[in-house]
Structures are given as C-alpha cells and as structure tokens.
Design a protein around this ligand. Structure first.
Ligand code: ADP
Ligand code: GLC
Length: 490
C-alpha cells in the first residue's frame, strides 16, 4: 500500500467515464463534477481521471502533457494530460485518439450500437487508473485510494489486486447495476488479467468477463448512491445477477445518497430561466410556465397542471406507464412535456402521443441541458415513474425548483421524496407524491392526488415551499464519502 498521508488529507483518484460539463449522458456526469468539488472543500486531495473524448479535449483550456504510455496491445499508445479547468478540480485526461476520438456518445455509435471496442476503451481507462494508483505510476502524486465509478472503471480493483508492488486501496461506487460491461471470456487474457482471475471468485460472470463484477469482487469497499438501493441490490431482481456477491459483501457496502450542485441548480440564479425566483417569490415561477408552454407549442394555460419529465429513455425509467396513462392525464385536464432520448421505440411512441394531443402534450427528442432547467422551473410537477432508481437527481432538482415530483417508491426516490399525506403536511415535510405498485393505475392514482392538491392552493404552496427548503447540497454526502475514505486508510 502507498505510504499514508496524515489522514486529515486523503489523496484520492476519482476514475469516471463522465464529467459535466465536458461530457455527460446522465447523472454520473453531474455527480463526478459536484462530488469531487465538495470533497476538496472537506480537505480531500481528490483528482479526477477521464477519457479524452472530443468534447473533453475541446473544453480544456490549460492542459499539459504529463506522461506518455507506450502501446501495449491491445492498448494503443496514449498520453496523459492534466488540467485544472473547467471543473476547478484537477483532472487527468487519457488522450488516446484511436479509442476516444469519435463522434457521438461515449458508449454507442450513431445507431445506438455499443462501440465494438468498448472493452479496450474502458480497459485502458482502468489500466491507467490502476497504474496511477500504484508504484508503477510515472507521476510524483500518488493516491492512497482509487475511487472507481460504474463498470467503465471496474477493472481498476482487479488490476490493482494483481499488481505486485505498492498500491492504493480501492472503492467501487455503483451508480447503476444494470450496466455491467460484459465481454467474451477471451477478453480476460486480451486485457492482461491473469487467467486465474477467471472464476466465480474473480472476474467471471455467466461464462464471460464482467467489468462491474471485477470491481465488486476485488474492491476493498463498495458504495452505492442511496441507502435504499444499497439494500435493494442485495436481492433479486434489482441485484441484476450480482445479488449473491453483494449479499456476501454486505459488511463492506454503504449507501450514501447523492447531493446536487446547488449553484448550478438554483432557481434564484439559473440563467436558463426567463425569470428567477425563490421560496419567498413563488408567484414569479408562473412566468417560466408560460415561456415553457409557448416554447413547446402548448396552449398557454396558467391554471392547468403542467407535468414535466426529462430522462434517458430506457426500460429503467418506466415511461411505458406514462404512455399507458397519457390520454387519461390530458383529460384531467393536464399538460405534459417530455424531453429525452434513447430507446428508438420509446422515442417514436412518445412522439406519436404528442401528435395525438396537440397543444396538450409536447415531446422533444434530444439532449438539451438548458431546456431541462426550464422544464424543472416551468412545470408544476415532475414525473419519475422509474422501475428502479439508484438515486436519481431530477427529483431533487424539481423539489428545489418548487415543482413537486411524482415518483415510484424505489431506491433514492424513496430516500429523497416525502409523500404528501395529512401527517406530512402537518409536520411540514411533505414534498411530493410516491406510488408503490409499478402499475399504470397506481401511477394514475398518484397523479389524481397531484391534481387534488394542485387545486388546493394552501396545500400546493406548502408542498412547493417544503421542497425548496430542503438541503440537497453535497455537504453531508461528501462527508459520508470522506468517512469511508478514512475508514479504508485505518
Ligand atoms: P440517470 O443518471 O439514470 O440518467 P439521474 O436522475 O441521476 O438519472 O440524472 C439524469 C441527469 O441527466 C439529470 O441531470 C437530467 O436532467 C439529465 N438529462 C437526462 N436526459 C436529458 C436530456 N435529454 N436533456 C438534458 N438533460 C438530460
Ligand atoms: C445512475 C442512476 C441514477 C443516479 C446516477 C448518479 O445513472 O441511474 O439513479 O442518480 O447514476 O449516481
């Protein structure tokens, strides 16, 4: 193990495939930007390692080449860059044009198919992460902890385990167990892992190599992004086949709920809004509703509840329920705005619902950060019928924007939204609506409850106000990660 620093300032390498605003497909991008910043405020010397996709290289301003890695098949030669901008956290970038310089998403081509060499692409990220976290590093700065995020960095703990020299301890954070990085068995040798790692007590998973399983098996500790999800993944079906391993490692699993970037998601200063507002000036929010209705081609109707949704379109997010109730919802009457992209079938079905309900339903296919902010502010209520949700960020953004969410009672949604009941209204904690059964009728019941509350002005104001007053900042969660780091170093 690397010589320990005074434990008040742990040195951490945070290895991640996404980092907002340089590259983001979902919440991992947001978390990778905000958590390291919050950790640095707690005196943790954290530095981030990411791949050099085109948008990352284009977004750097002060980069320097600090190391070169010779080609080592299947890995092409790569350079390591360092930069302090724009994240205000030191970042290392793996610049390997043969693997990362391509248009489109970090994970899939323009037609939505996984890049065929993803095992090598994220194998290299993991390999360089492990080198930097060991005595093989060309850098003078050596982390004591390699903090890995999702399957793309899952091989770091495995490489470290088999490294004979001094090395960091490793922490694996699960943001989503549904993505596992699964490859054919010959990938094990190809990526330079010893064949003895290919077994149930190792990287093997249903006859192939799973990057995520490698991380879960070899890491010194595991965290996931909410306490409820930490429990859910230890049993089927939300363990996605890893439940046995996770239950066996339960003494080494912690659930730490995500925070949000309260500077970036702040209704009183957000520049994507037409008018800024705060808990004390809630009536101003209506200007954003009107602008959103206009922009999305909906009837400008101040008193009809407007529901918003922003998401990746995948099975996880439960939009099939939304499709089933769309007509009932518009009949309430109510309006609906959906922004997202992903599964082509869902994109088409949602677009066709919008065509059937002109002026009432509007669907925008694509990724649009500014529109996402305006939806949080302009909608009256935000919909998240997720089948499972490790944490979820939008339900926290919407509470902060005075837009009470409707969520399925799962994972981090259950941990961050307080259902509206007479008791929670009375004690001032009610901040949204939960439904328990993953069915269209249960979802619709929750939406009917929204409509009733929306019509009762004092109740609706309390809901908006309660959500806006909640503290979703990273402070407490970052302290949780710091405690995990310190416990790993003692
Ligand atoms: P997940 O990481 O599973 O996608 P989260 O709720 O944790 O879910 O985070 C999603 C993040 O991605 C949020 O910041 C959300 O606003 C953003 N997002 C998702 N889809 C889009 C989109 N089409 N346009 C803009 N932002 C999006
Ligand atoms: C994943 C999860 C989401 C979580 C995010 C950040 O993408 O699906 O629930 O909020 O990671 O941790």
């Amino acid at each position: 193990m690397a010589p320990a620093s005074p434990h008040s300032t742990p040195r951490v390498l945070f290895i991640t495939p996404e980092l907002h605003p340089l590259i983001k497909t979902g919440g991992l991008g947001d978390v990778s930007a905000a958590l390291p910043r919050a950790l640095r405020e707690l005196n943790v010397d954290v530095r981030v390692l990411i791949p050099g996709y085109p948008s990352v290289l284009a977004g750097l301003r002060d980069e320097q080449t600090i190391a070169q890695f010779a080609a080592q098949p299947p890995f092409p030669a790569a350079r390591l860059l360092s930069s302090n901008s724009p994240a205000s956290v030191p970042i290392f970038i793996v610049d390997c044009p043969a693997l990362y310089q391509r248009d489109g998403s970090p994970y899939v081509d323009a037609r939505g198919r996984d890049w065929p060499d993803n095992a090598v692409r994220f194998g290299l990220l993991s390999k360089i992460g492990a080198i930097l976290a060991s005595d093989a590093s060309p850098l003078s700065w050596r982390p004591e902890i390699a903090h890995c995020n999702d399957w793309q960095s899952g091989l770091v703990p495995a490489y470290l385990h088999f490294h004979p020299g001094e090395k960091a301890v490793s922490l694996m954070t699960i943001h989503n167990l549904a993505f596992q990085g699964f490859y054919p068995p010959d990938t094990v040798a190809q990526l330079g892992l010893p064949l003895r790692s290919f077994g149930i007590n190792g990287v093997e998973y249903f006859g192939g190599l799973s990057f995520l399983k490698a991380g879960l098996y070899y890491s010194d500790h595991i965290t996931t992004v909410s306490p409820t999800y930490a429990r859910e993944i230890q049993t089927a079906p939300l363990g996605f086949g890893m439940e046995g391993l996770l239950a066996a490692r339960c003494a080494h699993i912690s659930g730490i709920v995500n925070g949000i970037d309260t500077a970036e998601w702040n209704p009183s200063s957000d520049r994507a809004l037409v008018r800024n507002y705060a808990a004390a000036s809630l009536s101003v929010k209506a200007a954003n509703k009107m602008a959103l209705q206009r922009r999305m081609g909906l009837a400008v109707a101040p008193h009809i509840p407007l529901f918003g949704a922003v998401s990746r379109f995948t099975y996880q997010k439960g939009y099939d329920l939304l499709l089933q109730i769309a007509t009932r919802l518009t009949d309430l009457p109510a309006q609906l705005i959906v922004l997202g992209s992903g599964d082509p079938a869902l994109e088409q079905e949602l677009t066709s619902i919008a065509r059937q309900h002109p002026g009432k339903v509007s669907v925008r296919v694509g990724f649009d950060e500014k529109l996402a902010h305006l939806i949080e502010a302009g909608a009256d209520s935000f919909l998240m019928p997720s089948r499972f949700e490790p944490c979820g960020l939008n339900q926290m953004y919407s509470q902060r924007y005075g837009t009470p969410p409707v969520v399925h009672a799962t994972g981090g949604l259950l941990d961050t939204v307080v259902d509206c009941t007479p008791a929670t209204l009375a004690d001032g904690s009610a901040s949204g609506f939960l439904f328990t059964d993953m069915t269209a009728s249960s979802f619709l019941d929750a939406i009917l409850r929204v409509r009733a509350a929306y019509q009762d002005k004092p109740v609706w104001r309390s809901l908006m106000h309660n959500g806006m007053m909640k503290d979703f900042s990273w402070r407490a969660s970052a302290a949780g990660y710091r405690n995990v780091y310190l416990s790993l170093l003692t």
